[in-house]
Design a protein around this ligand. Structure first.
Ligand code: HEC
Length: 436
């Protein structure tokens, strides 16, 4: 590790708030009800399924996914710039965006990693259970109206979206690109409001891209810059993360980069929110519509059709209900307008995306997470070289084999953790022994 990244890392450490200062993450936590905390900073929060009991998810219950720290954006100084392959590069402030025609859409948003903790073998990443999903009323302008002001050149095939957040030390910036066809879809929005109020800071204030039916990572928060380009954006969050195999893979199999493609639409999926009778839940299918939800009360031998709720919108989940008094395990499976039904075995993939086997309830016991890093030979290395950027919470939730722990430590070394080769082995062994 270079002297420069060591100094940068110290900078991150020093920039950590002392006890008196309030971070945007702490403020966000105050606005939330009691959600499952996967990491306090970067902030990652999940909604327990029983709290997803309405068609619209209140902001206080909406899950939060952040790769880095929440940037504090000053509304008066903020500008969105549109550049690259456009005839007229444009800069828009919030007032100009507010004066454009406004649209409101109810859209379900789900993190591609939702359900990751159920994959075997386990993979690194936030260990989401079931509730990294929610549905909100998003209001703002159409992306196509904004692009019309800049006038795309014919060679423009993708737009990349960059938010005001930045990577830490040598970690890459979070930048995502979306093909032009999706950008021009009339329901693709640049949202300023969520459920009737300006976007809360943790959900992307002042402007968030909403790509209806697509995974949450394509809904870039704190949007500041759009660049039209001929190709998909480069960078870690397009070329390494959020990619899915284009061919079937065996659990645990390594997959060549050429056999992976960027994730777009979400899968067909259901989630039981109440299993005590009546059975209730929600089901969604990305860009497709839910046509049917079935419930099994006898361990998936027979299925009964549930009644779908009357609230619906093209990219929003449907509620379902079955009047029954279950005495044992309950399962739900959804079918969509493309004829897809939830598969019985999970399609394992290297980063644990799009988990969607039929939902079961009662749910498996919640993981008992360690509240601190345990004693051991690697503890002092971890304290000094892992905890400047995030606390132990994000680490103790992982369950990885030694090979995967080594790869995780190497990833963090590339991102700026100044671990030496010798320390790497000690640390990886310590982590693999404690979190397997
Ligand atoms: C330079 C800052 C930095 C340092 C130092 C650092 N991390 Fe991280 N780490 C991050 C960030 C940022 C994330 C969140 C990334 C995300 O959510 O996509 C993260 C996420 C993780 C995760 C969750 C899985 C994943 O890959 O997203 C684990 C596990 C982890 N770090 C372990 C470690 C360990 C072990 C060390 C010490 C060797 C370490 N980190 C040091 C920045 C750092």
């Amino acid at each position: 590790m270079t002297r420069r990244s060591m100094l940068l890392l110290l900078g991150v450490g020093l920039a950590r708030p002392n006890r008196a200062a309030t971070t945007p993450e702490e403020e966000a936590l105050r606005r939330k009800e009691k959600l499952i905390l996967h990491s306090p900073r970067p902030l990652d929060l999940e909604t327990p399924p029983e709290m997803l009991d309405s068609w619209i998810t209140p902001n206080s219950r909406f899950f939060v996914r952040s790769h880095f720290y929440i940037p504090q954006v000053e509304a008066g100084k903020w500008e969105l710039s549109i550049e690259g392959l456009v005839q007229k590069p444009v800069k828009l402030n919030l007032e100009q965006i507010r004066r454009m025609p406004q649209f409101e859409r109810v859209i379900t948003m789900e993190c591609a990693g939702n359900g990751r903790s159920y994959f075997e073998p386990r993979v690194a990443g936030i260990q989401w259970r079931k509730g990294a999903v929610g549905t909100a009323r998003w209001k703002g302008v159409r992306l196509k109206d904004v692009l019309a002001q800049a006038v795309l050149k014919p060679e423009a095939k993708h737009i990349s979206f960059d938010g005001a957040d930045t990577g830490l030390v040598t970690a890459p910036d979070f930048v995502r690109s979306v093909p032009v066809a999706k950008c021009l879809h009339p329901d693709t929005l640049l949202a300023t409001h969520m459920n009737g109020v300006p976007l809360p800071l943790e959900h992307g204030f002042p402007l968030r891209l909403i790509t209806p039916g697509w995974e949450g990572a394509a809904c870039v928060k704190w949007l500041a810059k759009m660049t039209a380009a001929p190709d998909e954006a480069d960078g870690f969050f397009m070329k390494t993360a959020y990619r899915y195999p284009t061919r079937p893979v065996k659990p645990g199999e390594a997959v060549d980069a050429k056999d992976m493609a960027a994730i777009t639409s979400l899968a067909v999926k259901s989630l039981i929110t109440r299993a005590s009778g009546p059975v209730e839940g929600v089901a969604w299918a990305g860009e497709a519509d839910i046509t049917r939800v079935e419930v099994s009360l006898d361990g998936r031998k027979t299925w009964q059709e549930a009644k779908l709720g009357s609230d619906k919108a093209p990219f929003a989940w449907r509620r379902f209900r079955l009047d029954a008094k279950p005495s044992g395990a309950v399962f739900a499976r959804a079918t969509d307008s493309q004829g897809r039904t939830q598969p019985t075995t999970p399609a394992w993939n290297p980063s644990g995306y799009l988990h969607n086997t039929p939902d079961s309830a009662p749910r498996p016991e919640a993981l008992k997470l360690a509240t601190a890093l345990p004693p051991g030979e690697g503890l002092s290395i971890a304290r000094e070289k892992c905890l400047p950027c995030h606390d132990h919470t994000i680490i103790v939730g992982q369950r990885l084999d030694p090979g995967r722990w080594t790869r995780e430590v190497e990833k963090m070394m590339r991102w700026g953790s100044p671990v030496s080769e010798k320390e790497k082995d000690v640390l990886a062994r310590y982590l693999a022994e404690n979190f397997k």
